[in-house]
Design a protein around this ligand. Sequence first.
Ligand code: HEC
Length: 204
Amino acid sequence: MRRLYAVVSLGIFVGGAALLLTAGGKEEIAPEVEKKVVNLGHRATMALLQKLLGEVTTSLEEKGPVATIEYCSKRAYPLTDSISEAFGVRIKRTTFKYRNPKNKPDKYEEEALRYFERFFKEGKNPPKYYVQKVKVGDRLVYRYYFPLKVLKLCLTCHGTPGKDIKPEVYEAIKRRYPEDRATGYKEGDFRGVVRVEIPPEVLK
Ligand code: HEC
């Protein structure tokens, strides 16, 4: 009897583990944990976007697009890092069509980008977020992703050169980012995601 019990519980354990571990080392997340991941991820994302959007808008108005490119390449990272630190997370902006190769997606980020991309391709509203529990290096972390839509204001630097992007602005972009992929967007397009990586101990 005891032996049978051991075999059965082993079976459940193995079955459970198989259920938990899906392809590529990604794991299921318990609903109560997901709630916490989404809450923290969303707050960190909003803090970043509010600040970034505010500062980019002000800089565009006061200094113009060429000087704002300077802002985007110099100020955006320290700002992102300070917000990451304040929330105990690691924030990154990533996309398939990146301007800065530093923002290139890893395999889990690619999965999240593809997840949102599908909705945009079908002309549907994207879900508000996507979450993952993944192994990065030797530790398990949670990831929250927030989809970014292209607004009219973004076209100044991410629209079509010659149409939305002025020649001197395009030149400044090309000088700094010779392999830029981040133009040709239209309003409402899927631009990429804000990714918030959350270590489990921060959720307690
Ligand atoms: C004044 C020009 C300018 C405007 C306006 C602008 N961006 Fe950018 N954007 C840049 C530059 C320059 C970079 C590269 C920064 C870097 O070095 O990481 C960038 C990078 C990004 C990235 C990181 C991924 C990548 O391509 O490297 C995202 C996401 C992004 N922009 C989204 C937006 C969105 C959404 C808007 C509108 C709300 C916007 N941008 C408006 C200039 C601009």
